[in-house]
Design a protein around this ligand. Structure first.
Ligand SMILES: NC(=O)C1=CN([C@@H]2O[C@H](COP(=O)(O)OP(=O)(O)OC[C@H]3O[C@@H](n4cnc5c(N)ncnc54)[C@H](OP(=O)(O)O)[C@@H]3O)[C@@H](O)[C@H]2O)[C@@H](O)CC1
Ligand SMILES: Nc1ncnc2c1ncn2[C@@H]1O[C@H](COP(=O)(O)OP(=O)(O)O)[C@@H](O)[C@H]1O
Length: 324
């Protein structure tokens, strides 16, 4: 049974990290982003600026020409490198110097992105997968890498909207159907895999988002942030109806957020908190809450029809101050 628990203002206030007197940019955490492909540079700019506006002390973006130029012009404090450099650099986190990688905002499903996604999955720091990175989830090598990360306790976050969530569930239902064919129908394993496959095939992210988030989290061994009018955050652990599993829900959102690019701002926001070393569920919930509050504040100030992703970004500091 999936239970829903509200993550509201008091929870966000309690989760908000505070700086230490002797913090430096490295102890605050490094957020590395692989975002902003040639087709969608804007998504990379939005995610990078959001990551640099919050907890992380050091933001490095691996990106292509157009996004690189825009990021350098808008926030020169962000270090910008070429995508290929991600493949050769060391991404290990030293003790007391937390790190996270965000991948996918504005990536197209091509071979170059696939190589970067597979490389990011090998990195032994928390990984946030959004947008274009979620398009690779039906690949066997990507699923295998996710399972290995989960086994080795390297945390992963997936941030699908309802359309992406439906594709993640379908991919898992198809995997179950493949596995099922390896067993005789009289084998108890067949029954177990068959029932799981049916559960994934029947799940509907719009009709029952809490259950969909719980199933995705379990299938991919990752925290699932299922975005929508309300946003649901589930850690892995829910396998069958007899399990009691709690999913957090943030209801602070506003339809003013239904605008291209706001999801990219959210990915950077979450990435910044994850990079600061916060526990994953708290980092995701706090990020979702502040992003929603920023959308709400922007709507109040500017009229909800006029909210853009850029304006959500602009209101993030005010959202943080609203918790003080
Ligand atoms: N300025 C930039 O650079 C921007 C760049 N961006 C970046 O571009 C990349 C591609 O993203 P995108 O926006 O082109 O399409 P994407 O979200 O993959 O949708 C594909 C299909 O999914 C569905 N679907 C979508 N939303 C849904 C929902 N809520 N609920 C249910 N279904 C939903 C819908 O399918 P349908 O329902 O029509 O079958 C839709 O056609 C990605 O990397 C992103 O980061 C964007 O962030 C925008 C700003
Ligand atoms: N009707 C709505 N009410 C509240 N929040 C919404 C609504 N529609 C979208 N959002 C929020 O806006 C963001 C959209 O993200 P996403 O669909 O990934 O857009 P994009 O890929 O264009 O950045 C998510 O955080 C989602 O929760």
């Amino acid at each position: 049974m999936v239970l829903e628990k509200q993550f509201g203002e008091a929870d966000a206030r309690a989760a908000l990290p505070h700086l230490k007197f002797d913090d430096n940019k490295f102890t605050r955490g490094m957020c590395e982003l692989i975002v902003g492909g040639p087709e969608f540079p804007g998504a990379g700019v939005l995610a990078s600026l959001a990551a640099n506006s919050l907890a992380a002390g050091y933001v490095t973006t691996y990106t292509w020409k157009d996004a690189a130029r825009a990021i350098r012009a808008k926030q020169p404090s962000i270090v910008v490198r070429k995508p290929k450099e991600f493949l050769t650099r060391d991404h290990t986190a030293a003790p007391g110097k937390p790190k996270a990688v965000v991948i996918g905002c504005g990536l197209s499903p091509d071979d170059e992105a696939a190589e970067l996604v597979l490389a990011a999955l090998q990195v032994e720091v928390p990984l946030v997968m959004d947008g274009g990175a979620l398009a690779f989830m039906n690949r066997a090598d990507v699923k295998e890498a996710l399972v290995t990360r989960a086994k080795n306790k390297f945390p992963t976050v997936l941030t699908p909207h309802a359309g992406e969530a439906a594709r993640l569930l379908k991919a898992e239902a198809e995997r179950c159907a493949e596995q099922e064919s390896l067993f005789d129908t009289s084998d108890p394993s067949w029954q177990w895999v068959h029932e799981r496959g049916e559960q994934y095939a029947a799940a509907d992210p719009k009709a029952d988002p809490a259950q969909a988030a719980a199933l995705i989290a379990n299938a991919y061994g990752a925290v699932c942030v299922l975005k929508g009018p309300d946003t649901y955050i589930s850690v892995p652990g829910f396998v069958q109806e007899s399990d009691e599993h709690t999913v957090l829900v943030v209801t602070e959102g506003t339809p003013a957020l239904a605008k291209a690019g706001t999801g990219d701002v959210l990915a950077g926001t979450i990435g910044s908190f994850v990079a600061s070393g916060m526990a994953l569920e708290a980092a995701c919930s706090l990020g979702v809450f502040l992003h929603a509050r920023a959308g709400r504040l922007a709507g109040e100030a500017l009229g909800e029809l006029c909210v853009t992703a850029e304006r959500v970004l602009h209101y993030i500091p005010k959202a943080v101050c609203s918790l003080a």
